[in-house]
Design a protein around this ligand. Sequence first.
Ligand SMILES: Nc1nc2c(c(=O)[nH]1)N[C@H]1C(S)=C(S)[C@@H](COP(=O)(O)O)O[C@H]1N2
Ligand SMILES: [Mo]
Length: 359
Amino acid sequence: MRFPEKADLILLTDRPPQLETPLHYFRQDLTPNEAYFVRWHMAAVPTRVDLASFRLIVDGAVETPLSLSVADLRRDFEQVSFIALNQCSGNSRSFFTPRVAGSQWKHGAMGNARWTGIRLRDLLARAGLKGDVTDIAISGLDGSPMPGLPKMRKALSVDHANDGDILIAYLMNGTALPMLNGFPLRLVVPGWYATYWIKALHHVEARTTPLHNVWMDTAYRVPDNATANESEDALAKTTVPINRFSIHSIFVRPEPGETLPLGRPYQLEGLAMDSGHGITAVEVSMDGGRTWLPAVLDPDLGRFSWRRWRLAWTPGASGPYRLKVRATNKAGEEQLTAQWNHGGYARRVIEETSGMVTG
Ligand SMILES: Nc1nc2c(c(=O)[nH]1)N[C@H]1C(S)=C(S)[C@@H](COP(=O)(O)O)O[C@H]1N2
Ligand SMILES: [Mo]
């Protein structure tokens, strides 16, 4: 089954659409729009938006409520463009042991794209926030995902919303966003998990009170500790809304189970990412973590992009191989030998790949 504007992706569910990007697409800097992962909470996703009547609404505790077309945004605001990784909170969830409930993503619930649009800060300045605004709530054109559940709405603190990094994007890799990725506008919240990257963005509300709903208070929360860690017998007593990306790295080549020829040079490749501090090193271990070799980092594409890495390796013995990868960043964050939480969120575990060397 193919979805409109999409390549042959890995289908997790069709109602709602949840499509994962196959690993081989991660051998390039930017993830093509047609290969970009898709995740909606509602089955009846928006399938058509009429730009002539579409308006972005800004209201709540503002001096001047706004109602703007996409053309208004493009004409009246400064245009900004940068590369940023968008990653589902539950990316890599299927690798947690013990297994957790939720969509069983491998590493493909993410994608790196160039986003172009206007700053949320500039939009809020145009509306004029009243002095007592604390939170900015955001929501899209999609309705309630199922009876009994309210429409998906999220909120950011007013300071975060005003930090100048958050975009309202109308272009993805230089063209209009695919419908499934949020045409005509989506929020880009660099370095933060995708639950805040509201698609088909339609409403921005300035609030003087926190937003309380199932999307903020129940779903998308992680243990309130530095590593989003808890155990099945000792679940965290306090949780916080999921926020910045964990430091993480993965293998893109070899793919899981790939057979490698003995004595022939092979190029290990992968990705490393963090919340924007900047990756400083990626290391690979071929002996179960006793010793580590530094990988070569590709050019830096910006602080919110993933960082590609590679390492030449000539397998010197036939039989099974098992490789590990770990990244470090400028803030001194490292990956963990063990981590678990019941949501399967914010994965930060040192990843492995394995297969056979033959010849
Ligand atoms: N309007 C709207 N925006 C949304 C969602 C949604 O269900 N509705 N899901 C969020 C989640 S959980 C994810 S992982 C990302 C997925 O973005 P993508 O489909 O463009 O890859 O969209 C986010 N934005
Ligand atoms: Mo997500």
